[in-house]
Design a protein around this ligand. Sequence first.
Ligand SMILES: NC(=O)C1=CN([C@@H]2O[C@H](COP(=O)(O)OP(=O)(O)OC[C@H]3O[C@@H](n4cnc5c(N)ncnc54)[C@H](OP(=O)(O)O)[C@@H]3O)[C@@H](O)[C@H]2O)C=CC1
Ligand SMILES: CC(=O)N[C@@H](CCC(=O)OP(=O)(O)O)C(=O)O
Length: 337
Amino acid sequence: MIRVSIVGASGYAGAELAGLIHKHPEFEIAGLYVSENSADAYKAFSALHGKYAYQIDRTLIPISESQIAKLVPECDAIFLCTPHEASVEMAARIVEAGGVVFDLSGAYRLSDLSVIKEYYGFSHKYPELLTQAVYGLAEWNAAEIRQANLVAVPGCYPTASLSALKPLQEAKLIDSSVIPNINAVSGASGAGRSAKLSTSFCEVSFNPYGVLSHRHTPEIAEHLSNPVIFTPHLGNFKRGILATITLKLNDGTNIQQINQAYNDAYEGKKLVRLRQSWPAIQNVEGTPFVDLHWALDEKTGYLIVVSAIDNVLKGASSQAVQCANLRFGFDSGRGLV
Ligand SMILES: NC(=O)C1=CN([C@@H]2O[C@H](COP(=O)(O)OP(=O)(O)OC[C@H]3O[C@@H](n4cnc5c(N)ncnc54)[C@H](OP(=O)(O)O)[C@@H]3O)[C@@H](O)[C@H]2O)C=CC1
Ligand SMILES: CC(=O)N[C@@H](CCC(=O)OP(=O)(O)O)C(=O)O
């Protein structure tokens, strides 16, 4: 069995990941961790996440960033389900100690230091490690993930957006003179478990946020190699992302070329479902799938693509498991489907 530790296991992504690892036929939990001064230190994991009662009998152990390397000899891999700045430091220490790390935060997803400073608000301390990190978009970077010691698991909106756009970009069908426009809505779990006014029950409505300034704009653009306009919305539901993407295709592109691009990109990729009807959050909630469907307006040459995922699963934890599957020599979907 591959033994894994999860740091940030009290949070939404970490808890879901613990559930996936618990059920996985090849992996087992070595330890579940929270921060040094966590209010949840030494609590039972299942006392916080009751759906795992009598399933995962573990205590949440506090660990400091400076002590993180001591986990390396105790397990085969460490998942960081922690805030960005905490991940910057911990991932560096784990790699330095010879460990394998899957970071679910945004700490190692971008390559340009000035863009990181602009969108994340801090100066990245380990630029050389940024060049070693592999972007864990599992359907696209499998060969690199298999060799990586640091995998930067993509953000939730970028997973939904890139899954929809990359087949068209690879097939060179996108008219580069018109910037693709992504409108996406996420359930409130995307903002994490800790109490915040903006995600409290009476405040959550259905509204745009981070307009023209969200950190996922440069993440999508970098890994698509094309600029995008991205507008996230907070929805009044718990989980799931629906992204509606409008883009202009090169003149003369027909529906057969588009269908071919998606079929070529995702043939044999079980976790991407090319649907015959419009995706809906209820069809992906609680699943590791990306659902895609598209329609071409032949009059204008514009294409609408809709993508749906569960933000905590394909947008975080289950994609992290896909990456770990690849890294340790298993099929990408092992233990997930
Ligand atoms: N929720 C989602 O849909 C997605 C989340 N992500 C990313 O995954 C990561 C986790 O997100 P999410 O689960 O939503 O966040 P939560 O706020 O729900 O959980 C964060 C976890 O990190 C722990 N933590 C905080 N600071 C530290 C630290 N310095 N050292 C160790 N543990 C720490 C927290 O526990 P405590 O503070 O008690 O120590 C908690 O367990 C984030 O980087 C997020 O951006 C990515 C994609 C989607
Ligand atoms: C609804 C909501 O607030 N969603 C989060 C995205 C969560 C995610 O994917 O996160 P990271 O890039 O931080 O890992 C946000 O917009 O910040």
